[in-house]
Design a protein around this ligand. Sequence first.
Ligand code: ATP
Length: 246
Amino acid sequence: MTLSAPLPSSALSGTAPLLEVRDLHAYYGQSHVLHGVNLHVNPGEVVSLIGRNGAGKTTTLKSIMGVLRSRSGQIRFDGHDLTRLPSHRVAARGVAWVPEERAILGSLSVHENLELPPARPGGWSTERAFEAFPVLRERGHHPGSKLSGGEQQMLAIVRVLRSGPRLLLLDEPSEGLAPVIVQRIGAMLQELRQEGLSVLLVEQNLKFATRLADRHYVFVDGQVVDEVLAHEVESRRADLLRYLSV
Ligand SMILES: Nc1ncnc2c1ncn2[C@@H]1O[C@H](COP(=O)(O)OP(=O)(O)OP(=O)(O)O)[C@@H](O)[C@H]1O
């Protein structure tokens, strides 16, 4: 293996990363927006991508998921090369994506959203979803489009958990939500982490990201320019705020 970028911390600790992204470049038509992104997620880790609007965080998630196919570099997941796979095959390997726009079926009820298609073996059942978010049980017969933003986010997350993923890609899960809902979603992600799920999270809400994540990658202009560990957040808060300020 040739390594032009610094060795990831996982290589130093001897843990094989679950996800490893090397020298990722991505394009929208002629527009080159990711310029050699390197990052990794270890098994059971929650990792955040932070940075200003337009820095390339969402594009990184889309590239990993195979939704954006115009990309080069290497994306390895659980020892398999995902780089050239379409999104449905990335999903079949155990990666799930909750986009910023919360992909739920607006005309179908909460129940139908949780039952179509049926959960895979090892994935979350409807009952489990209702235990995690009892409000979804109360709203069971309401169409997805009539739910509040927080309820839609909960539904979007539990919908993708029905496939039993090992890595969850979450794009701005706290955006536009009331603090109490943000707290509930954070608590659920903590529970999922304890069960061994890994999470790669794009987040503008620094408070939410720093409460949850083990590590943070800072994006500037389509590149990772810094990595901040959870225990460094306090001492590096001024740097983090500077990276995020406009
Ligand atoms: N569909 C698209 N077509 C063309 N350019 C795009 C498209 N989506 C994003 N871009 C551009 O790619 C760059 C990276 O955008 P991206 O959405 O990945 O940033 P981000 O860090 O997630 O920020 P945000 O929070 O604003 O989504 C930006 O310059 C953006 O304008």
